[in-house]
Ligand binder design. Structure first.
Ligand code: FAD
Ligand code: SF4
Length: 464
């Protein structure tokens, strides 16, 4: 422990955000890093309490407490205080393949479990994590690592989201030849096509893919493994196959809206926005520009849709939330996330309406013009976005590989092998819609199982 009284002397200081009125005009990241001396103080706030629940990563009644990756948090906080960035980096990379992703988008269950937070404010663990990895990239300290020898075994990872990338990274460093096949034109899964650029810049994802390529992982994009012929070829060509295709099937709206001009699901809207804004494409899903937008649902996807609609220049935005406002109050106040702050700035009101749903759609021909709420009020609506959650993984890949599948791929409790010899599954596809940190944890653990399957033993530590 570097600074014995740090938690008493220094107040918690989070990375500042650019003001909503400024950031809503562009797609750039909205967090600003602290100065190095301020970051050092934040590392010094960790009291190395001896009961680091922050790194325990437990699930309790569906909620996560502590870091699912068991990040060695007190160790790298100590190294931040001691100004030893290289040691901090080596301890961080021991448990987390991609701290540049989690340091930006993780909801930080570690901070909820921080002992310092019991009587005061938790340590800024996520911001500290991001500073360790970004300072290391800036200093050229994140070096290409290649395994000392290759095993001669070939593994195919299907899907390049955080679970697939983590599995590929671990198996590559164990010396197996790894190929990642991906249906889309670009790799990254929801890191690329879901989470908007202002939360997770696309060049950060591309930087990691580039590093992994230089370390030996092969990436093949535009390959749809739901095609039975492709699946058979992969099964024939590889010693093991790891399915990490996410849980992309949206939960349908409780009314007939599909096919209507002006209706789409949240993930479709966000993917189209990324393709349009970042990659210069012209997708079929409309932009929100000039439209009255109604978003059904809450959570990360709904918030990202609000923020994206604002940046595209919508005429109005309303978010319909099914549960009553009381369910969202904290200490009697209604917290605002980044998107709601921005809507407040642009339209002068919180976009959320609580305890309500869409009861009916108003159309002219096959075009949407409005929605009627549960209370009978008609809201103008020319773009309705359903962000109502996920119903599991797309069944096509499971059918093509013949693996047992319900809403998600079925594996034995705590294991990753599917019902088909040499086929494994991980990430949202196995676990159901979750978080980036859990996807990485699943990817690391499936790699341990695959390694043991291929070689008879493994020295990869299981995370889950
Ligand atoms: C809008 C949105 C915002 C989110 N925000 C956050 C956040 O802020 N913080 C957080 O922690 N989590 C967030 N999440 C959740 C997080 O993104 C996911 O839990 C995580 O990405 C799951 O990783 P994965 O690798 O299992 O799947 P995915 O990231 O979904 O990747 C699956 C990959 O498989 C590919 N694939 C699918 N089918 C095939 C096929 N037939 N052939 C080849 N490839 C295929 C897909 O194209 C994709 O690249 C968010 C989710 C959404 C939808
Ligand atoms: S990955 Fe998430 S839970 Fe783990 S230390 Fe980082 S912010 Fe905390």
């Amino acid at each position: 422990m570097g600074k014995t009284t740090g938690f008493l002397e220094y107040a918690r200081q989070e990375a500042a955000s650019r003001p909503p009125e400024e950031r809503v005009r562009d797609w750039e990241p909205f967090h600003l890093p602290l100065k190095p001396e301020q970051r050092r103080d934040q590392g010094g706030r960790c009291m190395n309490c001896g009961v680091p629940y922050c790194q325990a990563g437990m699930e309790w009644e569906g909620r996560t407490f502590g870091c699912p990756l068991h990040n060695l948090i007190p160790e790298w906080n100590d190294m931040i205080w001691a100004e030893n960035p290289f040691h901090a980096l080596s301890r961080l990379l021991k448990t987390n393949n991609f701290p540049e992703f989690t340091g930006r988008v993780c909801p930080a269950p570690c901070e909820g479990a921080c002992i310092c937070g019991l009587y005061g404010d938790a340590v800024t663990i996520r911001d500290n994590e991001l500073s360790v990895i970004e300072d290391a990239f800036a200093a050229g300290a994140v070096k290409r690592r290649r395994p000392p020898q290759w095993s001669g075994k070939k593994v195919c990872v299907v899907g390049s989201g955080p679970a697939g990338l983590a599995a590929a990274d671990q198996l590559n460093h164990r010396g197996h030849f790894v190929t990642v096949v991906e249906r889309e034109e670009r790799c990254g899964g929801l890191l690329t096509y879901g989470i908007p650029n202002m939360k997770l810049p696309k060049d950060v994802v591309a930087r990691r893919i580039d590093l992994m390529t230089r370390e030996g992982v092969s990436f093949a994009t535009g390959v749809d493994a739901a095609d039975p012929a492709v699946a058979q070829r992969l099964l024939g060509d590889y010693d093991a196959v790891v399915l990490c295709c996410g849980a992309e099937r949206p939960r349908p709206l409780a009314m007939e809206a599909e096919g209507l001009a002006g209706f789409c699901y949240g993930t479709e809207f966000l993917k189209a926005a990324v393709e349009r804004q970042q990659f210069g494409k012209d997708p079929a899903i409309p932009a929100a520009e000039g439209r009255d937008v109604v978003i059904v649902g809450t959570g990360d996807t709904a918030a990202d849709c609000v923020a994206t609609a604002l940046r595209q220049g919508c005429r109005s935005v309303t978010q319909l939330v099914r549960r009553p406002v009381e369910d969202y109050l904290k200490d009697g106040k209604l917290p605002l996330d980044y998107a709601q702050e921005e809507a407040l700035e642009v339209f002068g009101r919180d976009p959320r309406r609580f305890g309500t749903q869409v009861r009916e759609l108003v159309t002219e021909g096959d075009a949407l013009t409005g929605v009627v709420t549960g209370e009978g009020e008609t809201l103008p609506c020319t773009l309705l976005i359903a962000a109502t959650g996920f119903a599991g993984c797309a069944p096509g890949v499971c059918r093509a590989f013949g693996v047992d599948c319900g809403e998600t791929v079925q594996t034995a409790e705590g294991h990753f092998a599917t019902s088909v010899e040499k086929v494994f599954a991980a990430g949202d596809m196995r676990r159901g819609q979750s978080l980036v940190v859990w996807a990485i944890a699943e990817g690391r653990t499936v790699a341990a199982e695959v390694d043991a399957y291929l070689t008879g033993y493994t020295n990869i530590v299981r995370t889950v």
